[in-house]
Ligand binder design. Sequence first.
Ligand SMILES: *Cc1c(COP(=O)(O)O)cnc(C)c1O
Length: 422
Amino acid sequence: MQTSAGPRARAEVDLAALRGNVRALRSRMGAGTALMAVVKSDAYGHGMLPVARAARAAGAAWLGTATPHEALALRAAGIGGRVMCWLWTPGDPWRAGIEADLDMSVSGRWALREVTAAAREAGRPARIQLKADTGLGRNGCQPADWPELVGAALAARDAGLVEVTGLWSHFACADEPGHPSIAGQLDLFHEMLAYAEKEGVEPEVRHIANSAATLTLPESHFDLARAGIALYGLSPSPEIGVPADFGLRPVMTLSASVALVKRVPAGHGVSYGHQYVTPEETTLGLIPLGYADGIPRHASDRGPVLVGGVRRRVAGRVAMDQFVVDLGGDTPEPGESAVLFGPGDRGEPTAEDWARAADTIAYEIVTRIGARVPRVHVNESRAGDENERRAGDENESCAGYENERAESGQSGGSGQRGQGAD
Ligand SMILES: *Cc1c(COP(=O)(O)O)cnc(C)c1O
C-alpha cells in the first residue's frame, strides 16, 4: 500500500476493513440480535471516535466502553444512539451518565445506591443493566446476591429512579471452544435471567457473547452480541481460527521509516546488553519505535518486521524509542517503510505474529500502541464499500433491523476482504 511510512511511524487504521468486519459479524447473527461495537481503550488502540462512527455506519446499533469517561467522550463528540459502559468505581459521574442517556452497568448494591441518588438529583430515571457473575469471577453479581440486587433494582424502578434496560454477563473461556465453563455459564445465565424476569424485570436486551462467542456459539447471542477484537479484524485466539476463517480483516497496519542503514563487521554487539552479536559482516537498519510506543520488550530478538520485501527480525533488545533489525547485507534507503504488522497479505507480519513473539495476545499488541504513534484513518468514506452500495443503504446512523437484514443477505460472511477505496 504506502511506499513510505512518512515521518517516523504511523498506525494506519483501515475503516473500510472495520466496516467489513462489522458486516461479517452481523452476517453471523440472527435478525433478533443487535451488535455492540466495543470501543473501550481508544478502540483497542485504533482511535475511538473514527472507529465508533464507522461501526455505527456499518450497522452497530450499540457502542460499548469500559469506563463512563469513555462513554461520555463519545457523547461529547456528538455520537448518538445506544452507548453502554460497565466499569464503574465509587464516585464516578453517574448523574452525567444519566443526562447523557448512557446505559450503565450495575453489579452491586453500592452502584445501585449511587445511581439512584444521582437519578434523584437529575430528576429523571437512570438506564441501568444488571450484571450477573455467571462464573468469570471478575465484575458482576454473585448468584447468592442476585435476589437482593434484583429486588433493590425493582424497588428503585417502582420509585421511578431507574429503568432496568438489560441483564447481562461475560464469559471466562469463550475463546476455548468446548471448555466446560462455557455451558456452565450459559446455564447459570439462563437461571439468573429467569429469576429476574419472574420477579418482574422486563429487560430490553439480554447479552453475554463477546467476539469469541459471537463467532463460535450462536446459542449465546440472545438480543445483543458485544464484539471487540473481531471488530478490529483479529481472532480472539489462534485456537478458534485465523481472521480470514471468519471473513475478518485486520484493521491496523503499524509501520515506521527506517531511520539509518549501516554496514558493520562480524562480531558487533547490537543494542543494550549486546544480546545480539552479528554472526558475520552485515547491514543493520534502525527502526524508530520502542517500548514507549508499545513495541513489547519481550519481543527482543524475535519480533518480525518487513523491510524491502523481506521478513527480518528484531536484533537485540527493544529499547524505549528504537530497535534494530539485521538486514543481512541489504541496503534499503533510509526512509523506506518497515512494516511491523498489518493484514498479512502483502508479506508483512500480523499482530498475531507479534503476540506469539512476545508471549501475549493480539489484543495487547494493538491496544498498547502508544500515544506517540499517530493513528492515520483511511477509507473514512463509505464510497468503496461494495456490499453497502449493492444493498442501497443510505442510512448513516445506526441502522434499523431492515437494513441489517438487507446487508447480512448481501455479505454472507465471505468476500469481506478489504473493499477499500485505495
Ligand atoms: C472487552 C469486553 C468485551 C469485548 O471482548 P472481545 O473479546 O474483544 O470481543 C465484551 N464485553 C466486556 C464486558 C468486555 O470488557
